[in-house]
Design a protein around this ligand. Structure first.
Ligand code: SIN
Ligand code: FE
Length: 292
């Protein structure tokens, strides 16, 4: 079962003792959540106005920002508002990446940018389908963005101004989920990965790894009996706290909460302290073949 490992870090960027960073990296890779109760993201007075669901475009729910292209999407904001919201998210992106680099210096040179997300809408009751319902425990896998085994590491910061926590559940170990749903993973049709790439359904080629991860995500979410019976631990991340987790390995669900900033970074398996902890390597053990 995934657990919280608490770290008393109060700055986004600070060189840390190697004993601390080795341990932090080990905990993350082992499938635990690094919880930083004293690390907060400070909004300027002017940015306080962004703490409202009105800034979502009403369709995507999450405002998203691409740090590489410096582009903001899925927001109702226009003109100066749009620029300032983008600047706030860019600042979070930068700090989140610096945090990962200080906690896991071995990753620093190998990290690749993912998207930044601002979630100003209450989580409870916002899902449109069971597959999209993040209140059901799951590992993350992106249908349109295959990642060939790259790790998905995410930095979350609860910026709720009313002191409300973000409530999560953590589920069973990855190995257990992978074993349990092994027989539910349909074979990948020959040529299908090529076709969905050609049709631009995916950005890049969906590997066997991506196919299995997507199946684990979908099959576990759609299985009501599994959702009810699987062991879960409830955790509350207080307002003004930060946590980091490899969401491609840790079973998680978000039950409640409003106003969250999240940064995704990708990490090649080869840059890990212990590659054997990667879902790619765990699945290759289970399926007895190369998957990416
Ligand atoms: C998720 O990654 O499943 C949702 C996390 C959150 O919005 O708190
Ligand atoms: Fe998720």
């Amino acid at each position: 079962m995934s657990q919280l490992t608490t770290l008393d870090v109060a700055q986004w960027h600070r060189p840390l003792d190697p004993a601390v960073t080795t341990n932090a990296t080990r905990e993350l890779e082992a499938g635990n959540v690094l919880f930083l109760p004293h690390l907060k993201f400070t909004l300027t007075d002017a940015e306080q106005r962004f703490l409202s669901p009105a800034w979502s475009d009403g369709k995507a729910k999450n405002v998203s920002y691409d740090p590489l292209a410096a582009q903001i999407r899925h927001t109702s904001a226009e003109g100066a508002d749009r620029q300032q919201l983008a600047a706030m998210m860019a600042r979070f992106a930068q700090q989140a990446r610096e945090l990962v680099s200080s906690l896991c210096p071995g990753y620093a040179q190998h990290l690749r940018w993912g998207l930044t997300s601002f979630r100003p809408v209450e989580t409870r009751g916002r899902a449109s389908s069971r597959r999209k319902d993040d209140t059901r425990v799951h590992v993350d896998a992106f249908a349109s963005r295959p990642n060939q085994g790259l790790r998905i590491l995410r930095v979350f910061c609860n910026v709720n101004p009313r002191g409300e926590p973000r409530v999560w559940e953590l589920g069973e170990p990855f190995n257990a989920v992978a074993q349990r749903f092994r027989d539910c993973v349909a074979p990948q049709w020959p040529g299908s990965a090529w076709l969905i790439e050609r049709l631009r359904i995916t950005k890049g080629r969906r590997s066997a790894y991506d196919h299995i991860m997507l199946n684990l995500h979908d099959k576990s979410k759609l299985d009501d009996a599994y959702q009810q019976s699987t062991p879960k631990t409830r955790v509350e991340f207080p307002a003004q706290s930060t946590w980091i987790v490899f969401t491609d390995r840790v079973m998680h669900a978000a039950l409640a909460g409003q106003f969250l900033l999240e940064q995704t970074v990708y990490l090649p398996v080869a840059a890990m302290q212990d590659e054997r902890c990667a879902p790619l390597r765990i699945l290759e053990q289970i399926y007895q073949r190369q998957l990416a």
